[in-house]
Design a protein around this ligand. Structure first.
Ligand code: SF4
Ligand code: SF3
Length: 538
């Protein structure tokens, strides 16, 4: 195996004998094969689309398959074997309908690979691309597309889709099959990926706010009650909604974990009295916290880590998430899910052990922030707010991420943090106070809600009469871990955001030459020490 798609890649270069994330070499190889074969579906579906008969099943399969290969989503080799089979069957049926219309020379080898050679072969991974820079850009593009697929999937299950997104997923995947593509064209594709990423996040924002209302500032309890509970993690709000409906009146409470925290701010979710609070921290603290939760846990998306035996029998997965030996809840034909097995198990469990108590604030998405825009602009003009620092992105397990806690603590009292994603758990329980009623940590929501931060920045630029958002008093100190953060980063670059500080490590897949391009065009840099970064960012 060779995998270097996340921030925790072994030795900062890549995992080769097993993932730091717990992914086995077998699953890593199957994921490579899946992505390889998927490019064949992208190729034929794009052709079919040109001729007006693309297969909507292919659209859905592309989203699901890409999503399943994101870090900490699926660890189950049986899932990938079945998915690869589905991909090849679909590819062949698309191909059959098109036969005779495509010149053989135009068909990439990814679209012609036979079932036998895919199963028995072993050269389908990223290292088969010899040129380091081409490999780097093709992987950057692929990871950006994986994140787009995840966000598009969340919108898709709520009935929101946009054909331009599907078209770009196909176009991008096809670009990675081309041997004649050079660095400049791939850089352009990466930026186009960023702009489609922004469109996708906007679509998901529309899907979430249309379905569940606009997030409103909300105090979220972090203690526990006395009823048994179900803990739900991941990003899928539709799963949470169904779980809340099915648990109502059963005496079982629902708690959120990790990236499900922002759900508490949506009117159509917070109205359930038995959605009682958030339990624990970000994804990597789950082993200890799931053990102490005592009740069942439902993982709806990333980030799952290989479970301990102590709670494995209380763990459930759904959608693209999977782990061998863990119970999986399938979606029914009508799009609903039956969570009764989880609810029945919860009733037999004791209430969660208390980890902490108190409350944290959430719900500062664009609507809420812009409703007090006048107050914010006044505070900036009066010098009460000197700067906004976007500290969005992911959390991770390495001790070096203490940097983000220390950075937040060391900011001057007149600086406001804008956040989204699970990176916030490094500082969202600190008492950083407020500025004239505006909290010093404004949490827009999940990683995809970084879109909200962009909307806020664009509106502020308009209000201050600035043509360039880089002239705003906003700095970016972003933490990344998995591929959705790559998607968000590309979206920011496509919007022209410069001077982003990225950490705690730069991506292993970014080659020195590609880094040079990023530095020359966007002045991206790695974080250093709290003191030095405070100085340059303020
Ligand atoms: Fe390693 Fe990250 Fe790949 Fe897991 S996802 S195998 S930790 S690089
Ligand atoms: Fe977190 Fe996995 Fe990235 Fe959604 S949940 S931000 S790491």
């Amino acid at each position: 195996m060779f995998c270097y798609q996340c921030e925790e890649a072994a030795k900062g270069t890549g995992c080769t004998t097993g993932g730091v994330c717990g992914k086995s070499a077998e699953v890593a190889d199957l994921q490579d094969k899946l992505i390889y074969a998927l490019k064949g579906v992208a190729f034929y579906n794009a052709k079919a689309r040109e001729e007006g008969f693309n297969n909507p099943k292919a659209d859905q399969l592309l989203l699901e398959a890409l999503f399943s290969t994101i870090t900490n989503v699926n660890f189950d080799s049986a899932y990938f074997e079945a998915k690869i089979d589905e991909i090849l069957t679909l590819r062949d049926s698309l191909k059959e309908k098109l036969s005779g219309n495509i010149a053989v020379a135009d068909v990439p080898t990814e679209a012609t690979v036979s079932r036998e050679s895919l199963i028995s072969g072993n050269n389908f991974g990223v290292l088969r691309i010899e040129d380091e820079d081409i490999r780097s850009l093709k992987e950057l593009l692929t990871y950006g597309i994986k994140g787009i697929a995840a966000y598009a999937h969340h919108a898709y299950v709520l009935g929101f889709q946009n054909e331009d997104i599907f078209k770009f997923i196909e176009k991008g995947l096809i670009a990675t099959t081309r041997n004649d593509i050079g660095v400049p064209e791939l850089v352009d594709m990466a930026l186009e990926c960023g702009s489609v990423a922004a469109t996708t996040m906007a679509l998901l924002d529309e899907a979430n706010t249309t379905t569940y209302g606009s997030p409103e500032p909300t105090s979220i309890d972090i203690g526990v009650g006395t009823n048994p509970g179900i803990l739900i993690s991941g990003h899928d709000l539709k799963d949470l909604k169904q779980l809340l409906e099915q648990t109502e009146g059963t005496g079982v409470d629902v708690y959120t974990h990790g990236e499900m925290l922002p759900a508490h701010a949506y009117p159509e979710l917070k109205k359930y009295k038995h959605l009682v609070g958030n339990y624990g921290g970000s994804w990597w603290t789950q082993k200890d916290e799931f053990e102490k939760f005592n009740g069942p846990i439902l993982m709806t998306t990333n980030c799952l880590v290989p479970p301990k035996a102590s709670y494995k029998n209380r763990l459930y997965t759904t959608s693209m998430v999977g782990f061998e030996g863990v119970k999986h809840i399938e979606e029914k034909a009508d799009g609903t899910k039956d969570f009764s097995a989880i609810i029945e198990q919860a009733k037999q469990c004791s209430a969660p052990d208390e980890l902490e108590n108190g409350a944290i604030m959430g719900g500062f998405a664009h609507n809420a922030v812009l409703s007090v825009a006048d107050k914010i602009i006044e505070a900036v003009k009066a010098g009460q707010i000197s700067r906004f620092i976007v500290m969005a992105g992911c959390d991770g397990r390495h001790a070096s991420r203490e940097y983000y806690t220390n950075f937040a603590k060391s900011l001057p009292d007149d600086a406001v943090i804008l956040t989204a994603g699970c990176a916030k758990y490094r500082y969202n329980k600190l008492d950083l106070g407020d500025i004239g009623g505006i909290p010093r940590v404004l949490d827009a929501g999940q990683c995809n809600d970084s879109y909200s931060l962009v909307v806020v920045a664009l509106k502020l630029a308009e209000a201050f009469g600035l043509d360039d958002i880089n002239e705003l008093p906003i700095s970016y100190n972003i933490a990344w871990y998995e591929q959705k953060a790559v998607t968000v980063l590309l979206a920011l670059l496509s919007l022209g955001v410069k001077n982003i500080v990225l950490g705690p490590e730069l991506p292993a897949f970014v080659s020195p030459n590609v880094l040079k391009v990023l530095v020359e065009n966007f002045n991206i840099s790695k974080n250093t020490t709290v003191e030095a970064d405070l100085e340059r960012l303020l």
